[in-house]
Design a protein around this ligand. Structure first.
Ligand code: APR
Length: 255
């Protein structure tokens, strides 16, 4: 009997509105490294040189090559049992929405329907001059930064770089869920980046119960987490789904 999983399942059974808040850790078992673990992306590519809007504007070619390769790497990865478990929880009414900090679109690929991409998506491009967007066509990606099909302005991956604002719609929708929910399932985030990390605290202030799945303890664990599911999300979340009587989630890919 896995007590934490049983306690988490009890919270989900009693909850009328559970949301998930996910970070890079949920995609690690898909083959996408996280950012801040010792071998994470930022250990090789310091964010101040590759993930700020100022760095991109100062050297678009260098920063574009980094994000282009990351988008290609993401496109080669698929959802893992953790993503499928969240999609199964949604399908069976135990989860209302996923607010993800991830830009890899793996929640949608696993079949999750209500997904708020808090930091945008690496699958799209955005024009810095006219705000036009277009899908990132993996085949057409070249080494040089993309130019806008409408105004020929400089485009960037449609992600939130450091120094940029969270998209208004993502802010609004996630705050609404944070107000409405009575349980939050936090998966694979180091709780270090704001305003995304505010959301579980907002929910807790509103009386929500907090379940956290991570391989390590975080500042959430030390302050607001009620049930800590220690271990790789690809193992803990399927166990949570199965404790709720759901079949092995990986059987379901996106319809
Ligand atoms: N299962 C569960 N948790 C895991 C796993 C796993 N298999 N592997 C790693 N983790 C945990 C790590 O212990 C860490 O707490 O996932 C977390 C990943 O933290 P970060 O690398 O900081 O990623 P994240 O929290 O998503 O970063 C937030 O920062 O760099 C920006 O925009 C970027 O969206 C990102 C934001």
């Amino acid at each position: 009997m896995d007590i934490p999983v049983e306690n988490a399942a009890a919270i989900l059974r009693e909850s009328g509105c559970t949301i998930a808040v996910t970070g890079a850790g949920i995609s690690v078992e898909s083959g996408i490294p996280d950012f801040r673990s010792p071998t994470g992306i930022w250990s090789k590519y310091p964010p101040e040189h590759y993930a700020t809007i100022d760095a991109y504007l100062a050297n678009p070619a260098k920063v574009w090559r980094f994000w282009r390769q990351l988008a290609i790497d993401f496109a080669a990865c698929g959802p893992n049992p953790a993503h499928f478990a969240l999609a199964a929880l949604e399908r069976h009414g135990y989860l209302k929405a996923v607010v993800t900090q991830n830009i890899d679109a793996l929640h949608q690929a696993a079949g999750s329907k209500t997904v708020i991409e808090y930091h945008g998506s690496a699958r799209k491009l955005f024009c810095l001059d006219c705000s036009a967007t277009c899908p990132m066509d993996m085949q057409a990606l070249s080494d040089s930064p993309p130019r806008c099909h409408v105004c020929n302005g400089l485009m960037k991956p449609d992600i939130v770089m450091f120094g940029e604002l969270i998209p208004q719609e993502a802010l609004r929708a996630s705050a609404e869920w944070g107000d409405a929910c009575d349980a939050v399932l936090i998966v694979g985030t180091s709780a270090q980046v704001y305003p995304a990390a505010d959301l579980p605290y907002l929910a807790k202030r509103n009386g929500a119960r907090i379940i956290e799945a991570n391989i390590e303890r975080t500042s959430f664990t030390e302050t607001i987490t009620d049930v800590f599911l220690k271990g790789p999300a690809g193992q803990t979340l399927p166990r949570l789904a199965q404790a709720l009587g759901l079949e092995a989630p990986e059987a379901h890919a996106a319809e």
